[in-house]
Each structure stands twice: as C-alpha cells, then as structure tokens.
Design a binder for this molecule. Structure first.
Ligand code: PLP
Length: 540
C-alpha cells in the first residue's frame, strides 16, 4: 500500500474529530432526546403497523409528511370540502325555515297538520328502496295499523319499571322465547339454557354480544387485551363495538365465494382472541358464512362465536321449512355462543326492535350492569338504554303473534321467489354479473364493462334507492315484501340504465359515481374516514 495513505487517513480522522468535538456539549444534551424521539417514533410506527398493516401505515406517514409541504394541506382540505358539499348538495338548501326555537305558544293539535305536510316531502319510498321498509304487499295497511295501535296502547310504558308494567315485561320475555325457539332453543342439543333480551336494533344487539363475549373471556381466560376477528363482509356494527369497548379488530378478506375464509381467520387467532363472527347472511352480498366450520374453529380454541342473524333471523328458519337449501346457522351448531336477530327487519315489527340471544346464562350475565353504590338506590339494567320504549316491545309482540308461523312462511316464500326472479333477470343482462351465489333475499351485482356506480346514478334518477358496495364495486337490493309486485319494473329500469351507460358512459350531473369511484381508490383510508366524519358533522 502507498506510504502516504495511512498518514492521510489519520489526518482526516483528526480533523473529523475536531469538527465533531465542537458539538460535544450539544450532543450530550441532544443524544438522549434524539434516542427518545426515535424510540417514540418506532413505537408509534410498530403500533400503527400492528393496527393497520404495513401499507396503510406507510401511506399514513407519507400523507402526514406531504401535508407539511406548504399549500398541500390547504389544497386537500379544499378538495375535501368540495366532496362533502357535493354529498350534501341535496339536503343543505332545504333547511331554510327549519325551527331552532320552541314556539312561545304551543301549537296544540295543529302540530299534526304540519306533520302531515312534512310527510309528503319524504321521497317516494314505496317499492323503491333496498331494505328500509320490510312490511309490504296486500295486507300491509292492516299490518301497519295493527302495530301502530299496539304501540300507541303501550306508549306510556317502560320495562325499566318491571313492578309497574308487567304487561310489557311479559311481551318481552315471550318475544325473546319465541325467537329463541326459531333458533333451536327447544332442541336437546342446545343445553336448554338459551336466553336473551330485546334491544333497540341490530347494532345494539351486536354491541351487547361483543361486550358480553369480552367480559366472559376476561372471566374465563383472563384476556385483558381482547381481539376479535371478523370477515370483511361482517356489519360495520363490529367496528363500533371494537371502538367503544377497546377491542382490537381484524377484518379478514372473504374467499372466492365471498364467504368467511375460515383458514385465513384461523391464522389470526392468538391468546388474546375473544371471538369470531359469522353472518347468515352478510349484509353486502346476502351470502351465508360457513357457520359449522366457524363453530368448530371457535369451539376448538374455546373462544366465542357470534352469528349475525340480523337479516336472516326471520327468514332462514322459514325458508328451511319451505325446502330451500339452508345450511346450519343457529344454536344447533356447537360453538355458537350468541346470536343477533332483528325483528324490525323481516320480523315485520316497528323500527327499534331486535333480539340478542346467548347459549347460556353464564355468558349473558356479563351483559348486565349492576350498581350498588349509587345514592339513587340499587340499580341493575340489562341493555344499553336505561328507560326503554314499552311501545316497541308491544309492537313487536303484536307483529309476531298476528302473523304466526304461517304468516312468516307465506312472506318468506314470496320474497324468496321475488329474489330468484330478480337474480335470473340480472343474470340475463350480459353487462352485469352477480356477486357470489346469493343465499337469501339480497342480490348484489357489478360489471366488468361499465361503471356500476353510473348505472346506480341513472337508477337513482328513476327514483330507486340502492346500496353501493365496494370490494368489488357493485350495488345491491335487499328484497322485501315492498318489491314482490315490482320486480319486472325494476329489471326493466336496470336494463335501460345499463343501456344508457353503455351508450353514453361518463358521470351524470348530480351523480355520485365519481365520488364512490374515487373513494374506493384513495389509498389513504384516513382521508376517506375524515371525509365521512365531516359529512356526518354537517348532516346532523
Ligand atoms: C341490519 C344489519 C345489522 C345492523 O342492524 P341495525 O338494526 O341497522 O342496527 C347488522 N348485521 C346485519 C347482517 C344487518 O343486515
């Protein structure tokens, strides 16, 4: 080696040292601070990766930094505003003249006149909305007036006061028992302990089932950092439960048939897992998850399995009796620990009624809250609400008893047949494809050749209110008794809309297709989240 190299290196090192030594006092102060910041950064990063996955975290960090570039945040906020305004354009202008003060002198019975006027302004929903109103058909007027009368008869009641209102207490117990019997409570294998409560809706039933499972698993397995695993198709109520009750949520992609992917779910199970979820059927595509396989999995790991029968609860037991192929979905499946079923959907009861059921009292006990140290006295309440509307319990009881098994069987036959006709019609439109194989009364469809959200915009202009879905982009209709008579009209409107979009693709004025299309593609889900929150913040 050349003789000058060593001295040169030595000289270089000496000058580097003297340069760095200038900073030594500063470094003594900064080093711990820097390492603290780096550690914090890594901690946040690792936590974020655990919570959201690697890609979402990277995008999140990138967006945070990007927003620091002058002007970028302002630009993004302005664009966000535009979208929120567009989503709201129809509702904002109509608010002129809305009351913000109590009238000095009461309007008395005059309010009823004004209410009739307001009712006229609602969209024409009859036969035009996916889901929404489940009562329909020839006898619907009779059914509506019957449940309205039942509700008004008990409008003053509150089951919180069980010593006063034994009537609605009885109604609630009977509604729960009759529903449980639909799901196998009378079978020997059920263990004879199935119990439950009425709630305000599917979401509350799910919130309670998740809360009870969490506390049951805490008691049984001492799980203190609970996690739950759900298929991507499971209802948004599980996200609500996870956020409210501090549970880590894993949403696992569905398989090729758009069902819960049991093998993939299994991979997420660890010592903190409290529960898994299956839907019968799921809201997006109306497909039943493999409940038996999920039951086996839950049972083998000693964790809870909630079956979401919010939509299927008052259809599947009757569909099976009618001979439609219905795989096992209820307490007859070992491993199922809780079930939610909405009476206010296909149960044809007034809105605000659902049922949560448990395999046994050991699990349900974790649903209740008892308070012993309140100066208001000893207090115990079964569900989220304190006071509860006895009128709705009475309405649900009236709905179930007035229809009876034969009523539900007849309605089930009608909506199942209407759904099959609809499916067949959609299949015959070459531009469209049906998502998976619908098991019940929801038909979801998309397209590989045209923008399905543009089709939805045209359908909206014809008065239809369907549900736009993502992954894949598609729309669905949840068939109710409202639709039995109009399936052919609907099919014609779909055909015409597809034709229109095919001939003249591109956004229609006032349409939401560009927004839905873009929202699906924006990689920064945090931004889409902000958009939704801003929308809600402006809407109410
Ligand atoms: C409707 C529905 C829910 C939630 O019900 P809400 O009554 O709207 O709170 C949950 N799961 C499924 C499958 C549903 O269809």
């Amino acid at each position: 080696m050349e003789s000058w190299i060593f001295p040169a290196i030595l000289r270089l090192r000496a000058s580097a040292n003297s340069f760095l030594s200038q900073f030594e006092p500063l470094a003594i102060v900064l080093a711990p601070l820097l390492s603290f910041l780096v550690a914090r950064f890594l901690q946040t990063y690792i936590q974020a990766v655990q919570d959201k996955g690697f890609k979402a975290t990277l995008i999140g960090f990138f967006m945070t930094w990007l927003k620091l570039v002058p002007g970028v945040k302002k630009y993004i906020d302005a664009e966000k505003h535009k979208v929120v305004d567009k989503l709201q354009s129809s509702s904002k202008s109509k608010r002129d003249g809305w009351r913000s003060d109590l009238p000095r002198t009461g309007l008395g019975a005059g309010v009823l006149e004004q209410m009739k006027e307001e009712k006229q302004k609602d969209a024409a929903w009859q036969g035009k909305c996916s889901g929404t109103v489940y009562i329909g058909g020839n006898e619907s007027e009779g059914h509506f007036s019957l449940i309205n009368e039942a509700c008004s008869m008990f409008a003053h009641t509150n089951p919180l006061h069980l010593d006063v209102f034994q009537s609605v207490v009885r109604f609630e117990v009977e509604v729960v028992s009759m529903t449980a019997a639909l799901f196998g409570s009378k079978e020997k294998t059920s263990g004879g302990q199935i119990c439950g409560n009425m709630t305000s809706g599917g979401t509350e039933s799910i919130l309670l089932a998740v809360k009870s499972s969490r506390d049951y698993m805490k008691a049984k397995k001492n799980i203190t950092c609970p996690e739950m695993i759900i298929p991507e198709s499971a209802h948004s109520a599980y996200d609500k439960a996870a956020q409210y009750f501090k549970i880590k949520l894993w949403r696992v992609p569905v398989n090729k048939e758009f069902q819960a992917d049991v093998k993939a779910i299994k991979k997420y199970i660890n010592k903190n897992t409290i529960m898994i979820v299956g839907s019968a059927p799921g809201f997006p595509h109306g497909i039943i998850d493999p409940i038996e396989e999920l039951g086996e999995l839950a049972f083998s790991y000693g964790i809870c399995l909630h079956v979401d029968l919010c939509l299927g609860g008052f259809v599947l037991p009757f569909a099976r009796k009618l001979g439609y192929p219905v795989p096992p979905f209820d307490f007859s499946v070992q491993g199922v620990t809780s079930i939610s079923a909405d009476v206010h959907k296909y149960g044809l009861a007034p809105k605000g009624t659902s049922i949560v059921l448990y395999r046994n009292h050991d699990i349900r006990k974790h649903q209740f809250v008892a308070v012993t140290e309140w100066s208001g006295g000893l207090y115990v309440s079964p569900t989220i609400a304190g006071s509860r509307p006895g009128s709705l319990i009475a309405g649900a009881w009236a709905a179930m008893l007035s229809l009876g098994q034969e009523g539900y069987l007849e309605h089930t036959r009608e909506i199942m047949e209407a759904s099959k006709r609809l499916q067949k019609g959609v299949k015959e439109i070459p531009e469209l494809f049906i998502i998976g194989r619908p098991d019940m009364t929801i038909v979801a469809f998309g397209s590989n050749v045209i923008d399905i959200f543009e089709v939805n915009d045209i359908l909206s202009s014809k008065g239809w209110h369907l549900n736009p879905l993502q992954r894949p982009n598609s729309i669905h209709i949840c068939v109710t008794l409202q639709h039995v008579a109009i399936v052919d009209n609907f099919l014609k409107d779909i055909k015409d809309s597809v034709k229109t979009v095919k001939e003249r693709p591109g956004p229609v004025s006032g349409g939401l297709a560009p927004i839905y299309g873009a929202a699906g593609k924006i990689p920064d889900r945090g931004m889409v989240n902000e958009l939704l929150v801003d929308f809600m913040d402006n809407a109410c």
